[in-house]
Design a protein around this ligand. Structure first.
Ligand SMILES: [Zn+2]
Length: 142
């Protein structure tokens, strides 16, 4: 039964996918999936790539500002996490090559390459060879 003013969605997160991830990455992914559910709920029940276009245009800024505030994190890190998962969006792909810049709320820019590198540090385990034993963010469990 639907309640007025209440939005319900079932979101399933894979433990394997988040093994070694940071809390920051999990929250960013959860917000991303909530946005998919919300867009479907409000009638944008279309392809992931079209929803990614909407997310990239309308939700990257508020998501990054939320992450920056909630985790007291660097604004560039917050934008990297907000942009991660949107690499199939037009806003992302129309701006190749990798050194293309995206505007952040503080007037500075982040490049596509920085998005991939920074988000990877939050997403990948210290055991991942790509990270050379270095990660960012808060461990999910000790
Ligand atoms: Zn998505």
């Amino acid at each position: 039964m639907r309640q007025i003013g209440v939005f319900n969605a079932d979101i399933t997160l894979s433990l394997d996918y988040f093994s070694g991830s940071s809390k920051e990455s999990v929250i960013a992914n959860l917000i991303h999936e909530v946005l998919h559910s919300y867009l479907a709920y409000t009638g944008d029940n279309t392809l992931n790539s079209f929803q990614h276009k909407i997310i990239s245009e309308k939700y990257v800024n508020p998501m990054a500002i939320y992450l920056k505030t909630y985790f007291s994190m660097d604004i560039k890190d917050a934008y990297a996490l907000a942009w991660s998962g949107l690499s199939d969006s037009n806003a992302y792909n129309n701006n190749t090559p990798n050194d293309t810049e995206y505007l952040m709320s503080n007037g500075e820019h982040i490049t596509a390459g920085e998005i991939a590198t920074i988000a990877g540090l939050y997403n990948l385990s210290t055991n991942d060879p790509q990270n050379n034993g270095y990660t960012k963010g808060t461990k999910i469990c000790n």
